[in-house]
Design a protein around this ligand. Structure first.
Ligand code: FES
Length: 177
């Protein structure tokens, strides 16, 4: 009799534990869904509009996109030539300049300003900053050099600087994200 009561008691405890877990499960799902929709809203709101009208050929600016630096660079004809002259088969992360820019706007090179090695901000977008031996960007943390298409050419970084989603909303405004 005492044992039967013991078994019943354990059954009751198990059932109680399961239903508590069930309730907790429901409790977890709801905030997760509301968090997901909140972050979708935040992401939509965090696209960045940039006026590019003042960026002369050979100049670049640093902007912020989703809390990270982004480089907007107006390439000179010479820089475009240098990028196009590279045999892509020789590249670590093979891509043409055309693949990294929009058709008819190959002079506008828009990339994240985040080194693909360990995430430092490369030099080369700011006035007077060194651009490294390939004329694009240079990461001072461990010496990665990027070319005029922001493709990795030397150093430990595995990938080209990332090109974010973007579109030209007019001739002088770019929306990133
Ligand atoms: S973080 Fe850029 S080279 Fe290491």
């Amino acid at each position: 009799m005492a044992e039967t009561e013991g078994v019943r008691r354990r059954d009751f405890i198990n059932i109680a534990a399961v239903s508590a877990a069930g309730v907790a499960g429901v409790g977890i799902v709801i905030p997760l869904i509301s968090q997901m929709s909140a972050s979708a809203d935040v992401l939509a709101a965090s696209s960045t509009e940039i006026d590019i009208s003042a960026i002369q050929p050979g100049q670049a600016i640093k902007a912020i996109f989703r809390k990270q630096p982004v480089f907007v660079r107006n390439l000179t004809p010479k820089e475009i030539e240098e990028a196009d002259a590279v045999d892509t088969a020789s590249l670590r992360d093979p891509q043409t300049l055309a693949e990294r820019t929009k058709e008819g706007k190959e002079n506008w090179l828009i990339t994240m300003g985040v080194c693909t090695h360990l995430g430092c901000v490369p030099l080369g977008a700011g006035e007077g900053e060194i651009k490294g031996e390939f004329g694009g960007y240079f990461c001072p943390c461990h010496g990665s050099s990027y070319d005029t298409a922001a493709r990795i050419r030397k150093g430990p970084a595995p990938k080209n600087l990332e090109v974010p989603e973007y579109e030209f909303t007019s001739d002088t405004v770019v929306q990133i994200g």
